[in-house]
Design a protein around this ligand. Structure first.
Ligand SMILES: Nc1ncnc2c1ncn2[C@@H]1O[C@H](COP(=O)(O)OP(=O)(O)OP(=O)(O)O)[C@@H](O)[C@H]1O
Length: 229
């Protein structure tokens, strides 16, 4: 589904990602783990087409997308939910969701969005900016899903969110992966959440992938040493 080969990326003279190789298979949930500032957000921005590639190749759904513009990647099924959520605070929940629909032929917001996140139906006419952090996160994921993506790129969906909502988001993401068959690449610092969700993981340290493995066989405490501050 997604294959990253020999990726290098920089900010000016400063190299941030070093020869990154990473793969997400169809229907798979994969976690990208690491401390603050190691390059996780940059990695997702490169995949979304918002930051350039210095060297390397990005393959998605059988195409080389290395030089594709962000909107082309989104139309091709790669949906990015940035850290800080990226919803439009002055628009209502409904208007935010309808924006995602523009890229598809559908007329209305599909019911599965409300099945996943019932709170969005209750808050349909409320302004995005007046939602709680957890509700905004659900809206951001819901909006990305209205585009019927093949893969979601999620940047720290649990950040600053109260535990019961974190649990709801975790359950929704499992439905997204298992029933809607959408692959997920999840950037997280909340290790237990990532471990509970993902089948495989990569650890990024100072821009280099240093460990990778499967969550059901590997020891979470060993991995936590590489990612906790
Ligand atoms: N716009 C920018 N210009 C220059 N350097 C940047 C820029 N954005 C990020 N960096 C640097 O690149 C490195 C990687 O940052 P990045 O945000 O990708 O890390 P991260 O692992 O996502 O961290 P966090 O969890 O804090 O978001 C950091 O050293 C950061 O200071």
């Amino acid at each position: 589904m997604l294959k990253v080969e020999g990726l290098n990326a920089s900010y000016g003279e400063s190299r941030v990602l070093w020869n990154v190789n990473l793969e997400v298979k169809p229907g798979e949930g994969v976690a990208l783990l690491g401390r603050n500032g190691v390059g996780k957000t940059t990695m997702l921005r490169v995949l979304a087409g918002l930051h350039g590639v210095q060297d390397g190749k990005l393959l998605f759904d059988g195409s080389d997308i290395t030089r594709h513009a962000p909107h082309k990647r989104a139309r091709g099924g790669l949906a990015y939910v940035p850290q800080g959520r990226g919803i439009l605070p002055h628009l209502t929940v409904e208007e935010n969701l309808l924006m995602g629909l523009n890229a598809t032929q559908e007329k209305g917001i599909p019911d599965f969005i409300y099945d996943l996140f019932p709170v969005l139906k209750e808050m349909l006419h409320r302004k995005g900016g007046n939602l709680s952090g957890g509700q905004q996160q659900q809206l951001a994921i819901g909006r990305a899903l209205t585009m019927r993506p093949k893969m979601l790129l999620l940047d720290e969906p649990t950040e600053g969110i109260q535990p019961n909502v974190v649990q709801q988001i975790g359950e929704a993401l499992k439905v997204v992966r298992n029933e809607l068959k959408v692959s997920v690449l999840l950037v997280e610092q909340y290790l237990d959440f990532a471990w509970n969700f993902a089948e495989r993981y990569y650890v990024l340290q100072r821009g280099v992938i240093t460990h990778t493995g499967e969550t059901h066989t590997d020891d979470v405490d060993t991995v936590s040493r590489f990612i906790t501050v």
